[in-house]
Design a protein around this ligand. Structure first.
Ligand SMILES: *[C@@H]1O[C@H](CO)[C@@H](O)[C@H](O)[C@H]1NC(C)=O
Length: 398
């Protein structure tokens, strides 16, 4: 029993019966060779070097394929490297309204609000914005890009014709028929996103020196004519303050139309794939193009969803450890001139009714056992009620 003795004498306790313990030579040679080797178990097979290598390679390939699928067309590499829009970090500029209106002799025909519509619902919303601008005494022109498949013949009797003619006759809107920029490859998030390429056609409206391009699922609380006098830049956009990454938003943009910029945009639309929409195109083409500034989001880019948010720090630009401003729903709405309806998972305001909004309305704040403060909720509900009332007044039954 030399073997046992050696185990007992030379090896530390924890190596007894250990797989690391190699039996001595004579033990190996004395092992009878004709005894059939037991078939390796599945576990043992998995432990073999070749199997582990094969599993590693297969896992690697599956991961690569999965990532490719997840990120198809999203230009992940360019996002990680060069595509942070550096204009994001430039300070917002607010033009001095007094200086514009009192000291300048302005040729308002150079300036227009550009609205666009790709279907009947958005057409009605665009006409509602035109009505707001007209009613509030904005001095710039109003432009509406609409699908060239809509007729302007009064005899057609369609809702679209009625709305277009109303916009032209009552709110002095210039109608521009366009071919809807519809990229079938970009259908992933639904047609409205794909159709939003249409708004980039504003770059082709070179009869104007500057345009304010607006998404129509929005409310205008005050004219924004001062934005036509921002310092020179091809595109001025607000920060998409609600996103974790630094991105500029395209739901309101101040653009300088030009054949050069339009060519760039046309090329980008042709190249666009899954996940690439007007916002991605604007960020990658103009998000870092100097000279650039940003639009102050508190005035021009408030989302209705901010009123339902549990964290107002990004909107208020509160930084950790710094002085932090408190959320004041009245102050915020008084400062805002343009509000975009975005209340995920609630649909667009024309798709929902009062009951839908009450289900997801912001909660009131408990002050004492009796008292509640409901301004956040009430302002948010009022935005929807105002939209429904105006929609009925401007568009009739759509
Ligand atoms: C751009 O504008 C020109 C001149 O008005 C027009 O002929 C052309 O069709 C427009 N391009 C697109 C894609 O709308």
């Amino acid at each position: 029993m030399r073997h046992d003795r050696r185990q007992d004498e030379d090896l530390p306790d924890f190596l007894h019966n250990s797989p690391f313990f190699l039996p001595p030579e004579d033990f190996a040679s004395s092992y009878p060779k004709d005894i059939p080797q037991p078939r390796p178990t599945f576990r043992q097979l998995l432990r073999s070097k070749q199997a582990r290598y094969a599993i590693f390679v297969a896992g690697f390939l599956i991961t690569v394929l999965f990532l490719r699928h997840q990120t198809r067309g999203k230009h992940v590499l360019s996002r990680l490297t060069g595509s942070i829009p550096s204009c994001y970090f430039n300070p917002p500029v607010i033009p001095d309204e007094y200086e514009i209106y009192v000291t300048q002799d302005v040729d308002w025909a150079q300036y227009a609000y550009a609205l666009y519509a790709t279907n009947t619902e958005y057409l009605c919303s665009a006409v509602m914005l035109a009505e707001s601008l007209y009613r509030s005494g904005s001095q710039a022109e109003r432009l509406l890009m609409y699908p060239n498949t809509y007729s302007l013949q009064d005899t057609s009797g369609s809702v679209e014709t009625r709305l277009l003619l109303k916009a032209q006759d009552e709110y002095h809107v210039k109608l521009v028929p366009v071919k809807i920029q519809h990229e079938n490859t970009a259908y992933y998030y639904g047609p409205n996103w794909a159709d939003s390429y249409t708004k980039l056609l504003a770059f082709n409206q070179t009869q104007y020196s500057r345009l304010i391009v607006l998404d129509s699922d929005s409310t205008i609380l005050a004219p924004m004519d001062e934005l036509f006098f921002l310092p020179q830049a091809v595109a001025v956009m607000p920060k998409a303050y609600w996103l974790p990454d630094p991105r500029l938003s395209s739901h309101i943009m101040v653009l300088t139309p030009s054949p050069e910029s339009f060519k760039l945009v046309e090329k980008a639309i042709k190249k666009a794939r899954y996940g690439v929409y007007d916002m991605e195109i604007m960020n990658s083409l103009f998000g870092s193009l100097e000279p650039c500034i940003t639009l102050p989001h508190r005035i021009y880019a408030l989302l209705t969803g901010e009123y339902r948010s549990g964290n107002h720090d990004p909107f208020l630009e509160n930084v950790k450890g710094g002085g932090s401003e408190d959320w004041n729903p009245d102050l915020v709405i008084n400062d805002a001139k343009f509000i975009h309806f975005s209340d995920h998972p609630l649909g667009k305001p024309w798709e929902v009714n009062e009951a839908d909004t009450w289900k997801v309305a912001p909660k009131c704040r408990q002050i004492t056992g009796w008292e509640e403060e409901c301004r956040t909720r009430d302002i948010w509900l009022d935005l929807y009620t105002d939209f429904w009332v105006r929609r009925k007044r401007v568009c009739g039954s759509v």
